[in-house]
Design a protein around this ligand. Structure first.
Ligand code: DAT
Length: 176
């Protein structure tokens, strides 16, 4: 499956937990009517979570099983995939990869409000400071399809959604 076989683009919304992936994906999905594929929810729904990792306080993901399930969903294009990781997806799945970013203090407040404390909170803040997801995206996909979007304020939220909508329109003009 390559972009040539799809009439609508597949989009990946990635970034550290708390940067605003779900918020952006939901608004985008309402706006353009593409399904919002929340990978964490799909993993739960299709029983792709293995035993609990006590260090990271979350279950291990059975990636192969999840990818098999998602393959059929991705084939036609027109998906918004939302996940805090990006390197294990096949590169051919995505036409646009958007790495959502937030300032440390903003992220700290959002994750604290979510109930994150201790190592889990610190690890996620470090992940954002070290640009882990941005580097992961840049090393997993062609640089020209990876875009970084700052998402701290309501104003940025709406301009990010609008920017992705416009990107989709341009993709359709260029690829159909
Ligand atoms: P993620 O899906 O990346 O974990 P989220 O969408 O759940 O993040 O957002 C985390 C919290 O931050 C949530 O309470 C909504 C809020 N938020 C997201 N984007 C925002 C923005 N641009 N301005 C203000 N608050 C935002």
């Amino acid at each position: 499956m390559t972009a040539k076989h799809r009439n609508l683009p597949n989009i990946l919304i990635t970034g550290t937990p708390g940067v605003g992936k779900s918020t952006i994906s939901k608004l985008l999905s309402e706006r353009i009517k593409y399904p919002w594929r929340e990978v964490s929810k799909l993993a739960e729904e299709y029983s792709c979570l293995d035993e609990y990792d006590p260090e990271y306080q979350c279950p291990f993901l059975n990636e192969d099983k999840l990818l098999d399930i998602m393959e059929g969903m991705m084939a036609k294009g027109g998906n918004i995939v939302d996940y805090h990781g990006c390197e294990f997806f096949p590169e051919r799945w995505f036409d646009g990869v958007f790495v959502i970013r937030a300032n440390n203090t903003t992220l700290y407040d959002r994750l604290s409000a979510r109930g994150y404390t201790g190592k889990k909170l610190e690890d996620n803040i470090q992940c954002e400071i070290f640009e882990t997801l941005l580097e992961e995206a840049q090393s997993s996909y062609k640089p020209e399809i990876v875009q970084e979007l700052q998402n701290n304020t309501e104003e940025q939220l709406h301009s990010n959604v609008e920017g992705i909508v416009q990107w989709i329109e341009r993709w359709k003009e260029d690829n159909i």
